[in-house]
Design a protein around this ligand. Structure first.
Ligand SMILES: Nc1ncnc2c1ncn2[C@@H]1O[C@H](COP(=O)(O)OP(=O)(O)OP(=O)(O)O)[C@@H](O)[C@H]1O
Ligand SMILES: [Mg+2]
Length: 341
């Protein structure tokens, strides 16, 4: 047995150029043209063993192309992919054994077979011993709530059920690295939540290394330890979600609507570590009262402390509102565009 790698996935100068054929209108005459598209542009990335990493970017940013190169479905134009210490160009079979992949929009299971038959088939392909496969398949089906329907044909499944099956299909051979391309796209909110719970479980309880792609900033924010924001094939920001928001956006701001106030409120708020700025001013409207605007350096610790401090200082809180930065703000700050246009 060789030692476990420090990095589960390493990308070095990874680049993919496509030549797209299209038609061009030129002075009323149509002609065939070839256009070069750099879908992935010199991406350097190291994913720690056990990390839950998100690749966030708008349509066409290069997310799927990156995933396809990591799982050896697509050959890079230049650059290098290593998975679990195996070089994808020299040892593609070892790379494939080390990872499981769910690709968006790809029909990855047979609709004329049942879920269980599909899983048994793929387990056999990966040469998982029969007894091991049987136990693992039952456990996986159970985990995603498909046990009762496991022997139905997949063609009778709903979209969400197929997505859950595709997800566990990626895991029949129990690989250490999982690649999920848009795992919740097209699912209803409940089904999407279940998938996110499963991903969290795989990460925290099973120690899997997970790379997921998404264009949902909330999903990346809630789920991932670290996020790479990708745009036009380039990683334009790379950090923990909280750090990205702190660096490129405004800090969270608490607005308190106070009924009555004492002189002690403002200094008490200022004294809280984690409060970076306090403004207390009369509201000046008919209702009277005051407004306190409190800038926080974090939410978990400082927010409850701020609210408690205000009450203890003798002010009555009528209403409170939190204005928080999102990863969308980060993307806008970096590109001048929104994630969804
Ligand atoms: N086989 C191909 N031939 C030509 N161009 C391609 C091919 N595959 C992808 N592209 C182009 O490469 C770019 C990146 O595509 P990719 O599918 O990686 O984006 P994405 O980030 O996954 O987008 P989405 O959020 O829409 O899934 C796009 O401009 C796309 O049109
Ligand atoms: Mg894609």
């Amino acid at each position: 047995m060789s030692a476990l790698p420090t990095h589960a996935v390493e990308l070095e100068g990874l680049t993919k150029r496509f030549t797209a054929r299209g038609m061009d209108e030129n002075g009323g005459r149509r002609r065939a043209v070839r256009r070069e598209i750099t879908a992935v542009d010199h991406v350097d990335l190291q994913i720690r063993r056990g990390e839950l990493f998100g690749l966030l970017g708008p349509n066409g940013a290069g997310k799927t192309t990156t995933i396809r190169m990591i799982c050896t479905l697509l050959e890079p134009t230049s650059g290098r992919v290593r998975v679990w210490s195996h070089d994808a160009s020299k040892a593609p079979a070892s790379v494939r054994r080390s990872l499981g992949v769910l690709l968006m929009g790809e029909r990855s299971v047979y609709w004329k077979l049942s879920a269980r038959e599909n899983l048994e088939y793929f387990a056999a392909l990966y040469q998982v011993p029969t007894a091991t496969a049987k136990a693992r398949i039952s456990e996986l089906l159970d985990r995603v709530g498909l046990t009762a329907r496991a022997d139905d044909l997949v063609e009778r499944y709903s979209t969400g059920m197929r997505q859950r099956l595709a997800l566990i299909k990626a895991m029949v051979h129990d690989p250490p690295v999982l690649l999920f391309d848009e795992p919740t796209t097209g699912l209803d909110p409940q089904a999407a939540r279940n998938i996110r719970d499963l991903i969290r479980h795989l990460h925290s309880s099973e120690g899997k290394t997970i790379i997921l792609t998404t264009h949902y900033m909330e999903e990346a924010d809630q789920l991932c330890e670290r996020i790479g924001i990708i745009d036009n094939g380039k990683i334009i920001a790379l950090d923990a979600p909280q750090a990205l928001k702190r660096l490129h956006g405004e800090l969270p701001v608490l607005r308190l609507d106070l009924e009555d106030i004492t002189d002690g409120v403002e200094p008490a708020l200022r004294a809280i570590p984690g409060v970076t700025r306090v403004i207390v001013q009369p509201k000046g409207t008919n209702g009277g009262g005051y407004e306190a605007i409190v800038h926080l350096s974090d939410l978990r610790e400082t927010l409850p402390k701020a609210v408690e401090t205000v009450s203890r200082a003798g002010a009555r809180v009528r209403h409170l509102q939190l204005v928080e930065t999102t990863l969308e703000d980060v993307f806008i700050a970096l590109t001048g565009r929104t994630l969804r246009d």
